[in-house]
Write a protein that binds this ligand. Structure first.
Ligand code: HEC
Ligand code: HEC
Ligand code: HEC
Ligand code: HEC
Length: 123
């Protein structure tokens, strides 16, 4: 019995630490540690608030797993660096370019939201 409680406590402790990392309401900025030392300030991004204001109901275009016939296919909401490497050596889109392309393209098309460096990388 004692052992059982110890295991339960351990599981609870692990959940307390893991759950917030997967909860998108808690995301307030984008600061991927894979970049190492940042050249620019991290980007404020209130996940749910941003998407509500922008009127984005679904999880596309942001969370996808590939493209078919020119359309992005929805994928699990995981961190971008899982699929877009910080450095690519074949000239393909790297992580920084993936972020820029996704965020800036939509802001340009919507004619709303920041498009200049200092508006996203706020000091
Ligand atoms: C719409 C918002 C947006 C705009 C506009 C934007 N960026 Fe970014 N940028 C991002 C996001 C998001 C990341 C990923 C941030 C992270 O994980 O720290 C990023 C990452 C970067 C990185 C790699 C991380 C680092 O700091 O070393 C650099 C360098 C960068 N941006 C420079 C620029 C420059 C220069 C401009 C203007 C020409 C610019 N960005 C415009 C959103 C933006
Ligand atoms: C405007 C773009 C955008 C939309 C729309 C969006 N997200 Fe996200 N989401 C992000 C970004 C950016 C991150 C942070 C990725 C990172 O830090 O690597 C993120 C992170 C997450 C994470 C945490 C992932 C992890 O492993 O850390 C979850 C969960 C999540 N989003 C769920 C959702 C769900 C569910 C929807 C649809 C209802 C959604 N998101 C819509 C951009 C978006
Ligand atoms: C499960 C893997 C996976 C994840 C996670 C993922 N992507 Fe992608 N993404 C792809 C694939 C595959 C493509 C299509 C091939 C390519 O252009 O690299 C793609 C394409 C793109 C494109 C080009 C879209 C177009 O219309 O040409 C952008 C921009 C992009 N991803 C940004 C992001 C951002 C930002 C995130 C995190 C919010 C993210 N991706 C998460 C796999 C992923
Ligand atoms: C599919 C469209 C779309 C994508 C993708 C998108 N945005 Fe936005 N964003 C918007 C719209 C629309 C607004 C303007 C909302 C308003 O105020 O009406 C906006 C506004 C913002 C603002 C202003 C403050 C706020 O929260 O309203 C910031 C900062 C921002 N976006 C950052 C980002 C970053 C960083 C990314 C990439 C991770 C991103 N956005 C991706 C549509 C998008």
């Amino acid at each position: 019995m004692k052992k059982c409680i110890t295991i339960l406590l351990a599981v609870a402790a692990v959940l307390v630490f893991i759950l917030p990392a997967f909860s998108q309401e808690d995301i307030t900025e984008i600061k991927d540690p894979s970049f190492g030392k940042l050249q620019r300030p991290a980007v404020p991004f209130m996940h749910d608030e941003h998407n509500e204001k922008a009127g984005l109901d679904g999880c596309l275009p942001c969370h996808h797993e590939g493209i078919e016939d020119g359309e992005l296919i929805e994928g699990d909401p995981v961190t971008c660096v899982d699929c877009h490497d910080v450095k690519t050596d074949d000239g393909s889109m790297n992580l920084k370019e993936a972020y820029h392309k996704q965020c800036i393209t939509c802001h340009e098309e919507a004619k709303k939201g920041p498009v200049a460096c200092g508006e996203c990388h706020v000091k």
